[in-house]
Design a protein around this ligand. Sequence first.
Ligand code: ADP
Ligand code: ZN
Ligand code: ZN
Length: 727
Amino acid sequence: MHYADVIIDISHEKVDRSFQYIIPEHLTDVIGVGDCVNIPFGKGNTIRTGYVIGISDKCEYDESRLKYIDSRCEDINTIEADYIRLAAWIRQTYGSTMIAALKTVLPAKKTVKSLEKKKIARLLSPDEIRSLYHECIRKKHNAKARLLLELSTEEILPYELVTGKLGVSAQTVNSLRNDGVIAIESISCYRNPVTLEDRSEVKVSLSGEQRDIVDHINANPGRYLIHGITGSGKTEVYLNIIENVIKKGRQCIMLIPEIALTYQTLMRFYKRFGDRVSVINSTLSAGERYDQCLRAKNGDIDVIIGPRSALFVPFKDLGMVIIDEEHENTYISEQNPRYHTRDVAEKLCELRNATLVLGSATPSVETYYLAGQGYYKLFRLTRRLTGGTLPETSIVDMRRELRDGNKLMLSRLLQAKIRDRLDKKEQIMLFLNRRGYSGFLNCRMCGHVIRCPHCDVSLSRHNDNMLRCHYCGYETPEIRKCPECGSTHIRALRVGTQQVEECLNRLFPDARVLRMDADTTKKKDSYEKILGTFANGEADILIGTQMIVKGHDFSNVTLVGAILADLSLNEADFKTGERTFQLLTQAIGRAGRGCIPGEALIQTYKPDHYSIVYASRQDYEAFYDEEISYRELCSYPPAGNMVHVLVSSDDERRSLGLATALKKQATAGVSVIGPAPDSVFKINDYYRYGIYIKGKDKKSVEAVRLRMEEFLRTAPLKNESVIFDVL
Ligand code: ADP
Ligand code: ZN
Ligand code: ZN
């Protein structure tokens, strides 16, 4: 016997309410997840339609009280059905519950207060409004006249003021709208920042390389990867292929990491597509997001731009998904289910018959590997179209600096170059992949490092002489004597954006220095403010964490320095080489965007590491060849398949015990490694053990993960929790 979980109301909030039905014998092979079915519902057994969200052979209620599915709705193949199928695929691929997966793909319904936000905007000039007003007075249309009188002086009125205080009925308002006198807008942020005059942009004529890509994609649906450095014209290609999709009456989702969603980029889309394009970003409320989804569903827009969640905007006839900067790790969800946007997008495109286009200057190793196998068709854009050459890059060996007696974090070469640029009134960017005043406190005599008693991570020393834990917030006054050996030679290792700032202030008192990191960008808008100040030339040097290297063009920057490239190399996982290469490539690309050639300097204790060497040459292919042979040697993804399983519990023994029990779910051909204490062993008094599922074959690795999930459903758990991370 088979049973189906059916939901009747398909909205984000109601999906936890599913009902189990028996699948009649003759329908067992017919009904699948996502299908629309007719079911008897409620006391009167009225037939209603619902969606199947799961199928199992276990009955979870009193079987005698279960009803039978009446029939399958033929030829209803709605958008909803596809999104339910997508959720089922996410659940299957990444773990989590079907409900969590459904909530990921279905927009949250938030209608609260949306009425209050409705506004009435006049579309005619005050003179025209006044003459209409006199006409209404003559015809004794008093309500209409009241509204028109207000509109003769006010351009926009709150809807509820009109229907409330002014006593104008919704019918009257609608009739004015139908006559084209007013518009009813739900939210003011719908208003397009581009006026009609702005839209008369001159279209650039595509280069030969661009033309080939555009023509090919327009003519052939499929999966594509465009590999091209920043400034090589990828966005221009996107604009052209989107235009073609719209011409065919279909719609398009354009994903851009939030940090790269700059005003300039948005304006290019607005100018090309006017009010047929809309944006989702994290500053929108849930209600506003939901409204955007409604607009898409109603066919009011053709293009949505946004970060990864924009992938789930339900268009009627989705024709294309574009993922720009596809290598960015913000495309991996940090909440359960921990889905990878690229792969979910691919599944969505398969379900909706749409084309997938990925773009990057430094494609992720997985994507490039798949392109090598022909899974994605690869296109290259090889030239910078704005003129401007790639910066000349040199590597500075910091070990030598120390040997020669320079203990500062700025090498002598970097100091000289900074001086030179300051004198020439050119700008400088210094990049450090670590935040805060300083790193950990360590004893120079015995090596002891001060750690958080709850989280087992090193505490960071802050400017106010406090030590703080970045995970749980624990703080304690600075320690002056080593608790292990009693030595007073206990100091903070000086690596942090704040030290760089202080060091610069000492060495170059005349320079105007700006700092951008997690500490200085806590306030809303501070991020834009800092960038604006720098862009206006009101500062000479911008120091920052990786947030300064993404997507921004400053034409007067002619020197970029990576203060300590090793910081991202020393994290404990197999992707550090890739991450370092990407970060350095992006950082170097910031120099020389204007007409003056730029220069970049990489400071490191590992000057021979391939990520650093090839980044300095901007040689992606060479980096990839080296990286993929390392992955193949160790069977790391994409050469192998790996899932990280993190077990945590407030009881250390139970945590280890569960990890050990899970390990026993391994099958032939798939190994389970560990358990080992996680790199952060303790967070908020929870003990964490990790195991890795590893194997050549994707399906077998997935099968072991599903076995573990099945095991967890019946295991006697107390405070243990388990998170799966497909790597
Ligand atoms: P990417 O997205 O790869 O960074 P863009 O599409 O933003 O590249 O192009 C970089 C710059 O070159 C932009 O200022 C853009 O307007 C300009 N550009 C792009 N294509 C052309 C072209 N065919 N002719 C002239 N300028 C172009
Ligand atoms: Zn000590
Ligand atoms: Zn802590």
